[in-house]
Design a protein around this ligand. Structure first.
Ligand code: AHG
Ligand code: MN
Ligand code: MN
Length: 336
């Protein structure tokens, strides 16, 4: 490989595009990338060493915590704390946010919300998993520790967001609000290399991703939209395919590249659905919007939702703009 551009080089070059940038966000991104390489190493070894299976604990969401969930959580938190740019972390795996107290990190200008391992039910069967992260500028005084208000900003306030997919190859995709770029890990040199510059999501996709095992618990409007997706092939010469991995990162990554819609709607008895706003929906929506797509909860833009609590859930429909707009027509006609 000749003439590759590594993630580190790319970040440094981008920083010089912003004359007043201090380099803090750049360093933070590089720390996240470093932690993701460590997690990648562990995910790759799963099956050989004792990292598969559950810890026997449940998290604040009542979900089973897998060993790799914990390992990924510890790795990202430790890396962010050591880095010094981030003054606190909110994680899927921790009930409360963690405010870093060490002198070196408490004054950091950013906070990070993270889903350390997304799709963890897929780990034991060797299917792609991921990490999702969201970066905010702190709004609390740098004199004290970070506060809940730093994490409960609207998604539109994100300074950066990204995901890592531990798949057939490992990729890191991120945005700082100036487009989306994707980097593939070259394991032989241990570097993320620019492989997908200026990613854009096709306006109209071919894939719909939804867990139809829950079909009878979906709102009528969502059932109608899914019916439309199934019937489309008969009505047009452009049929849709159903693809659902059960790792949001992997489903959204595929849709970002070939076009499509990811749906996790409200369910009978679970009006907010399953996916968490702060560390899953917001970062993925920021990326998809930056790539030219759309993200809605059925009536509101995801990035405009005012979070009330860290682990808040929301229905989500995100992906190619024409597909999301079409789905919205169904919601606008009926109930969410
Ligand atoms: P996590 O593993 O971080 O808890 O997230 C799992 C999420 C998301 O990645 C995925 O799309 C969805 O849950 C799958 O849920 P279902 O099994 O209910 O379809
Ligand atoms: Mn997740
Ligand atoms: Mn997770």
């Amino acid at each position: 490989m000749i003439g590759v551009q590594t993630l580190d080089e790319f970040i440094i070059r981008r920083q010089t595009d912003f004359p007043y940038a201090t380099g803090e966000l750049s360093r933070l991104l590089r720390n996240i990338a470093l932690a993701s390489k460590i997690v990648n190493r562990e995910v790759n070894k799963a099956g050989l060493v004792d990292v598969l299976g559950t810890t026997g604990f449940t998290n604040v969401q009542g979900e089973e915590v897998k060993k790799l969930d914990l390992l990924a959580n510890k790795t990202f938190i430790a890396s962010l704390e050591l880095g010094g740019q981030c003054c606190g972390v909110a994680s899927e795996e921790n009930e409360e946010f963690i405010a870093f107290e060490a002198e070196s990190s408490r004054k950091g200008g950013y906070v990070v919300a993270i889903d350390p391992l997304d799709g963890s039910s897929n780990i034991d069967v060797n299917v792609s998993v991921g990490t999702i992260f969201s970066i905010y500028r702190r709004v609390s005084s740098p004199e004290g520790l970070c506060k809940a208000e730093d994490f409960l900003q609207k998604g539109s306030e994100q300074a950066g967001a990204g995901y890592v997919i531990y798949g057939s190859s490992t990729m890191l995709v991120y945005t700082t609000g100036h487009g989306v770029n994707g980097f593939t890990l070259d394991p032989s040199i241990g570097e993320f290399c620019l492989s997908h510059p200026d990613m854009t999501i096709p306006q109209d996709g071919k894939t719909y991703s939804v867990n139809t095992g829950n079909f009878y618990d979906f709102p009528e409007s969502v059932k109608e939209y899914i019916k439309y997706c199934k019937e489309r092939g008969q009505q047009t010469n452009s049929p849709y395919s159903a693809r659902y991995i059960g790792s949001m990162v992997a489903d959204v990554h595929r849709n970002l590249i070939i076009g499509g819609i990811y749906i996790y709607p409200s369910l009978n008895g679970f009006p907010d659905g399953k996916i968490r706003l702060v560390y899953e929906c917001n970062p993925m929506s920021f990326i998809v919007e930056q790539a030219g797509g759309m993200a809605t909860d059925g009536s509101r833009r995801i990035l405009d939702i005012e979070p009330r609590e860290l682990h808040q859930r929301t229905p989500i429909f995100l992906g190619s703009s024409e597909m999301v707009s079409k789905a919205k027509e169904f919601f606008d006609k009926g109930t969410k």
